[in-house]
Design a binder for this molecule. Structure first.
Ligand code: COA
Ligand code: MG
Length: 291
């Protein structure tokens, strides 16, 4: 089982040289080098060159490096993908994807740009049409590089006119549907950002809520959000201990071929064994980051 940790995915404006440099020292699992929303139109080309140069120069260690490109429908999208392809990041994040056909077109653009088959295509889920087409988008994971969904809840708020308060009730349906669609095709799914950088209690509560919805991690906008996010999206010591106990119990000779057993008094089925293996794989992946 391959499990790469995607607990903390930190955005930074591609036009901000200081942030690109600082990222080399930050404990984020993923760096999202942005050429889209956080870069003004007149700065797009300089940001593209700066991000390509930074990715080529490296120094990001085991952090996964993903370039957020502009949409193919904009004047910059295709060149962003070409420039990224020549710099060998781990993949790209494409905004405002609304159909499986668009995901396949992006995958083809990646091939044309020289990306390897191992490179990943991440897509933003951030428009009403994307929510309605989630199953179609998820199905495009078959035979393409599509492997991660990222919620774009600031854009979704703008498009829907929803007023999502502190508990995000207005987004429960889209968040849950995105998780379900992602899981139907084995896709990783990352929660949206928390804009109020100074509100650490609100941020922590939103991380926990995202975890409860099933997200694998959260997108972040500031270094101060990383540690809390990493802690909340990592399996707890109790979860890891329980997972190891479940794996050990099913491995006992007397349990060979059984579909259901009792572990520490709890009914435990083969589906729990699969969950346990996932927990251990995630933990090992997290440990391998500091190895
Ligand atoms: N990534 C990397 N470094 C960051 C960072 C980020 N997202 N946000 C801030 N930093 C760095 C700053 O450069 C500064 O570095 P220094 O200590 O070496 O001087 C330090 O962290 C503290 O920054 P701070 O002064 O608190 O914030 P700021 O006023 O410089 O920046 C924002 C505030 C919101 C402009 C900035 O955090 C940001 O650009 N976030 C990401 C926005 C984005 O990418 N949006 C698109 C997706 S929603
Ligand atoms: Mg956006």
């Amino acid at each position: 089982m391959t499990a790469r940790p995607r607990r903390s995915c930190l955005y930074m404006p591609g036009a901000n040289a200081k942030a690109l440099e600082k990222a080399k020292t930050l404990p984020a699992d993923v760096l999202l080098l942005d050429l889209e929303d956080s870069v003004a139109p007149e700065a797009k080309e300089a940001a593209r060159d700066q991000v390509a140069a930074a990715v080529k120069a490296g120094g990001y260690g085991k952090r996964e490096v993903i370039v957020r490109v502009n949409a193919l429908a904009t004047p910059w999208g295709r060149e962003d993908i070409a420039a990224a392809g020549a710099a060998y990041p781990n993949g790209i994040l494409a905004p405002k994807v609304e159909s499986g056909a668009e995901a396949r077109e992006l995958d083809k653009a990646m091939t044309d740009a020289g990306f390897s088959d191992e490179a990943a295509l991440w897509v933003m889920i951030e428009t009403p049409r994307a929510i309605l087409n989630l199953a179609d988008i998820a199905a495009a994971a078959k035979g393409t590089r599509l492997s991660v969904f990222v919620m774009g809840l600031n854009d979704l708020a703008k498009e829907t006119r929803a007023r999502a308060g502190a508990n995000r009730a207005a987004f429960f349906a889209p968040m849950s549907l995105a998780v379900i669609a992602a899981r139907s095709e084995g896709i990783i799914v990352i929660d949206g950002v928390y804009n109020d950088i100074a509100d650490s209690a609100g941020f922590e509560a939103e991380c926990r809520q995202g975890l409860e919805f099933g997200f694998d991690g959260k997108t972040l906008i500031h270094p101060s959000q990383i540690d809390t996010c990493n802690a909340i999206f990592a399996p707890t010591d109790e979860e890891v201990a329980r997972a190891r106990a479940v794996i050990a119990a099913f491995a006992l000779p007397e349990n060979a071929g059984k579909g259901v057993i009792k572990v520490d008094g709890k009914m435990t089925e083969l589906l729990h064994l699969e969950q346990a293996k996932q927990v251990v794989a995630v933990m090992e992946a997290i440990e391998s980051l500091s190895a």
